[in-house]
Design a protein around this ligand. Sequence first.
Ligand SMILES: Nc1nc2c(ncn2[C@@H]2O[C@H](COP(=O)(O)OP(=O)(O)OP(=O)(O)O)[C@@H](O)[C@H]2O)c(=O)[nH]1
Ligand SMILES: [Mg+2]
Length: 330
Amino acid sequence: MAGRRDWTRETLAAGVRAGDKRALARAISLVENSEPLAYELIQDLYAETGNAYAVGITGPPGVGKSSLINALVRHVREREQTVGVISVDPSSPFTRGALLGDRIRLADHFLDPGVFIRSMGTRGHLGGVAEATLQAMLVLDAAGKDLLFLETVGAGQSEVEVIGIADTILLVLMPGSGDSVQALKAGIMEIPDVIAINKMDHPAAKTMLNEVRSILALDHESSWQPPIVLTDAIRGENVPELWEQIEAHRAHLEEDGQLETRRRRNLAGEVFTVAAGRAKAHLERAVADDPELRRLLDEVQRRELDPLSAVDEIMVKVFKVEDENRADAA
Ligand SMILES: Nc1nc2c(ncn2[C@@H]2O[C@H](COP(=O)(O)OP(=O)(O)OP(=O)(O)O)[C@@H](O)[C@H]2O)c(=O)[nH]1
Ligand SMILES: [Mg+2]
């Protein structure tokens, strides 16, 4: 039995390929901690990925995302599909297995060899949330999981970046979560492909359904109209119908090569997001370590130097790039 320190690049890659739970757990811990071995592992495995279908599940806190994932996992397991689940909790520091609530909710599946579940804290990951999540998803993809479920809370910019790698995005709402309806209306959440209104027993469920439906009706352009499904995650009500809608979206994407287009766009987006995250971290370090750069910021504050001139100097000094427009004008 390989102990904690015994994993090598080769044994870890072999363990991941075999879907060994200990190897997967170790690989994702390495990812969380930005360990060099994680990068090497992804290098080795990347060519073998792209087979899993990824469903992103997002929505406000407490609407029942984890409960719904639990019910969906049960449903797809009945159909013999294997699943990897990553629950991202950007606010929590690294804690293997993170949230107690999720643990209990997803405990049904812990002994099932066809299911791998992991909560991931990402605060403190050098490359940010998107980078850590992308790598964890690639690990589970390489492990041969048919389906990947990725849970994120909320719909802020960083969550959108995280969920951006999913093939199908499921937005979970519950009656009374008015803020998210507002966000949908404002177009902040132009992301969902399928919408679940969970806790359908709630007296306001129908009202919410109509509200969401009327917002979606404003969009006449898309070739895909997000279906809305009322669900009860605890009793499993309408979970098969929800899964059917997710599969319908998948079929829609696969129909005319749209899935490939979307994945290409998603991966390009991830590369840019991760590169931008690294560039920002590099910049922050450079400013912190360089009194001259810090002085520039002081000068901006004292109004002795305008902000864009400071930017120019920083770009030249830190990234060795001249502003093209300005260089042309000069
Ligand atoms: N009545 C009812 N309760 C539900 C339903 N789905 C989830 N719950 C309950 O709602 C609470 C939150 O459920 P979770 O599945 O943890 O919700 P979540 O969206 O994953 O929560 P966070 O990850 O903390 O944002 C739990 O107490 C669940 O038991 C449902 O369909 N009906
Ligand atoms: Mg949850």
